[in-house]
Design a protein around this ligand. Structure first.
Ligand SMILES: [Cu+2]
Length: 158
């Protein structure tokens, strides 16, 4: 019966290998984090690094902790820091794109709870490829306390 057993083990190994290779791993997300909030604060930002292998566009995001999630861009207008919703963030093929304080960010609004340091926030990102195919990426973003990560352009806040 050794032959049968070996065959079964090989089949299991193949199945496991397939599970670790999703067909849609086009976009890699690293260093995701959410800025901590104080009680009653209704909005905060989520930041991360995205790399799309074949190029695409981050078109939307969602999270169970927020009633409304938008993709925002923050930029200087004169000497005022302003932020506005954008239709998405272009992800050129193979290029690391950083969502960071002072630039693009995922805006979590209508927060249902306080974002406490050490919590983990699930965020679902949707990236649209050039051919229109949509890829969904589940991200677990740890909350960092306000002021835990000094940033050069961090003074405008939200
Ligand atoms: Cu914003």
């Amino acid at each position: 019966m050794t032959v049968t057993r070996n065959f079964r083990l090989a089949a299991l190994a193949t199945a496991a290998a397939l599970l670790t290779l999703p067909a849609w791993a086009q976009t890699e997300v690293k260093e995701a984090w959410v800025r901590g909030t104080v009680v009653q604060q209704k909005a905060t930002g989520a930041f991360m690094q995205l790399t799309s292998k074949q190029g695409g566009k981050l078109v939307s995001a969602a999270s169970p902790v927020a009633g409304v999630v938008e993709i925002h861009e923050m930029k200087m207008e004169g000497n005022m820091m302003k932020m506005a919703a954008v239709s998405g963030v272009e992800l050129p093929a193979g290029k690391l794109v950083e969502l960071k304080p002072g630039g693009y960010h995922v805006m979590l609004m209508d927060l249902k709870q306080t974002m406490k340091a050490g919590d983990t926030v699930p965020i679902t990102l949707t990236v649209e490829a050039k051919d229109g195919k949509k890829e969904t990426i589940e991200v677990k973003a740890p909350v960092k306390a306000l002021g835990a990560k000094p940033e050069m352009h961090d003074h405008a806040g939200h």
